[in-house]
Design a protein. Structure first.
Length: 261
């Protein structure tokens, strides 16, 4: 009897290892659950994201159009005033440019009216060949051929042309007055006589003498007038021909604009 009982006890297996094994399985299961939970997609969030992208690509409001919970920073009072000041300065600058442009256009119209009066005088006195007017960027230019006023090599205005110069002075009376430059020009044929050593001197004296006659008009203020001599150095014709040299011998009256661009 003793032997049989002992044998039965020896045949019983040790199952103590099952406890740690079960714990290990439990830990592995928990790990898989955590990993699965971490990798799973939030269906609600996915649906919202899907709808937002769908709105962007189909012309909806899109993600960027949604109201931001963060309010944009407000400008300080200094920044607002500075911005307003800049806009005010820009407007003032535009206004000034427009005023300047209107003043320039008005001044050009006045010069055109003056040109019309001088042209009428030229036509009335049959002086179309000797007198020419032209409106240029520098102002209203009146050109007088030298044979109208002077003998060859002389700076003395013909007595017969004194009335022409005086009548022309009447057309130069303006209110307010304008700056007027009278200049003398010659051809390139050298001159040397008892009075002048060069064409430059001759051109200067012709301008000065013509200006003196113009300023005999007491309604004209001499401070608005100046005289220049250019000699042969600003030709308008070809000095190789008689016709060109005749064009170069001239006196010019330049009536300056009051407003320039």
């Amino acid at each position: 009897m003793r032997r049989r009982k002992k044998k039965h006890d020896d045949d019983h297996m040790d199952e103590s290892w099952l406890i740690p094994y079960a714990d290990l399985l439990t830990l592995l299961l928990a790990l898989f659950i955590v990993l699965y939970a971490a990798s799973s997609v939030d269906a609600q969030k996915f649906q919202e994201l899907s709808e937002s992208f769908n709105e962007v690509f189909t012309g909806g409001t899109g993600i960027m159009d949604k109201h931001s919970p963060v309010e944009p920073p407000k400008k300080s009072e200094v920044e607002v005033k500075a911005s307003a000041a800049v806009k005010s300065d820009e407007k003032a600058e535009l206004d000034e440019k427009e005023i300047a442009r209107q003043a320039f256009l008005k001044d050009q119209e006045e010069l055109k009216e003056l040109q019309g009066k001088i042209n009428e005088y030229i036509k009335t006195n049959n002086l179309e060949v000797q007198f020419i007017t032209k409106l240029t960027d520098e102002g209203l230019l009146l050109t007088i051929r030298d044979n109208v006023l002077f003998d060859s090599g002389s700076a003395v205005v013909h007595n017969t042309d004194l009335d022409v110069a005086k009548e022309l002075s009447e057309l130069l009376v303006m209110n307010p007055p304008r700056n007027i430059i009278i200049s003398g020009h010659t051809d390139n044929v050298p001159i040397r006589n008892a009075e002048f050593d060069s064409n430059w001197e001759l051109s200067v004296m012709r301008a000065v003498n013509f200006m003196k006659i113009i300023l005999e008009n007491e309604e004209l203020d001499p401070q608005w007038f100046s005289a220049k001599g250019f000699g042969e150095f600003e030709p308008v014709g070809d000095n190789a021909t008689n016709e060109g040299r005749a064009l170069n011998r001239r006196v010019e009256v330049l009536i300056l604009p009051r407003v320039t661009q």
